[in-house]
Design a protein around this ligand. Sequence first.
Ligand SMILES: Nc1ncnc2c1ncn2[C@@H]1O[C@H](COP(=O)(O)OP(=O)(O)O)[C@@H](O)[C@H]1O
Ligand SMILES: Cc1ncsc1CCOP(=O)(O)O
Length: 111
Amino acid sequence: MHRCVVVMTGKVDYVSNCRATVAVHNGHALQAEITGSGCMVGTAVATFIAVARDNPMLGALAGIVAINIAAEHAAKRPDVHGPGSFRQAFLDEMHMLTREHILEEANIRLC
Ligand SMILES: Nc1ncnc2c1ncn2[C@@H]1O[C@H](COP(=O)(O)OP(=O)(O)O)[C@@H](O)[C@H]1O
Ligand SMILES: Cc1ncsc1CCOP(=O)(O)O
């Protein structure tokens, strides 16, 4: 084992450490309409892994779920009408995201 975690993004995101693979069903199609969505996910994954040091699989999963739940919150806002307003709302919703949101709204399944 090389202690590697593989992340694959798209409409459904996948995280694998070779022993287990988890599918993340959170997120919104507007994420694919703005520049930097993949970079945001990559940054969140690196940040969460830095905290969950001994469990990179959990860190990667939490980073993906957090960004995608913030996107869902942003897409639901009445002031969001397309990619431009979505991008702004997305940043605000990342700022307001809580631990409870992640625990209650994560939509993940073991493959
Ligand atoms: N159609 C979609 N539905 C839900 N989430 C999406 C959709 N398209 C992209 N995402 C989310 O946007 C984030 C960035 O993924 P992606 O668009 O594949 O990255 P990249 O910008 O590298 O192409 C991922 O977390 C993914 O779940
Ligand atoms: C090369 C580059 N420069 C600014 S954002 C970017 C890549 C953004 O890619 P994505 O939207 O897939 O995260």
